[in-house]
Design a protein around this ligand. Sequence first.
Ligand code: GRG
Length: 304
Amino acid sequence: MDFNAVYQTKVDYLQSGLTTLIKNRSGHPTLLKAIEYSLHSGGKRLRPVLFLSAYELACQNNTNNNIRIRDNAVLAMACALEMIHTYSLIHDDLPAMDNDDYRRGIPTNHKVFGEAMAILAGDGLLNLAYEVMLEHIPKESELLFRYVKALLIIARSAGISGMISGQSADIENQGKPLCEDTLHYIHTHKTEALITASLQAGALLGHDSPELFNAVTGYGKALGLAFQITDDILDITGDIAQLGKNTGKDEKLGKQTYPARYGLERSKNLARKYIYQAVSYIDVFGVKAEFLKVLALNILNRKH
Ligand code: GRG
């Protein structure tokens, strides 16, 4: 398997969906420009790629799938995940939060469009995510049930049970003494929750199988933590040009991070441990889960 080629195919597929879904929207021109600026600014597209991969894995395991969910409903959900993620980055970069000037190698949304417009672009993207998912609700009752269940999983992971609470804890604990429980809470809520939800939602759309759902859940939880630990590490060791954002911010802001709590070497070992744990959850699917397995292993060497 050519991992990079397969990854790029999924990114291109997502990009086609994002372009189509945004193209004919009516809205205030400046707002739409601000939204498109961040939505089309690159990024790894990790959450939709995980979602699509879990969906494909589930479809391969579904031997009696008579009714198949329509491709454009699957694509809409993948796009919605990226919209939610992009909104969170726009808001995270605001002066009131992390006050960042660069993201994905270009000036942050508020640096280009101003603070008020960046807030609105984030609000618009979050709302649009739910609009596009609701616009593509399947009509067949069995699929409808699974689709709504997946939508609820995403909503919860992005909301006060997940990412927003993680961000809240992150902000509140800046500059405070490091605390293991707080650190774990922030990382699981801010980062891991949406990553796990992406996998769970994809799996649910492909096959109603508790075994598969549990496997991707275990994979997502471990992968999500490892992803955030490597993010913490890259903030210290990363190359600004490759990262596309400034480094050294976590220490400056007194953030609760793994390297601050455990040191760099121990953090690297912990990331490795979680990645192997992630892989162990999907090993049972053999070659069908090869892509997800390589993706996990690649996180250990990621440069951005
Ligand atoms: C504002 C509600 C709200 C939440 C913000 C996502 C987030 C929560 C903050 C961004 C800052 C940060 C370091 C978050 C941890 C998650 C993370 C590593 C985000 C960056 O995700 P990538 O690396 O970004 O997938 P790209 O640019 O590749 O999409």
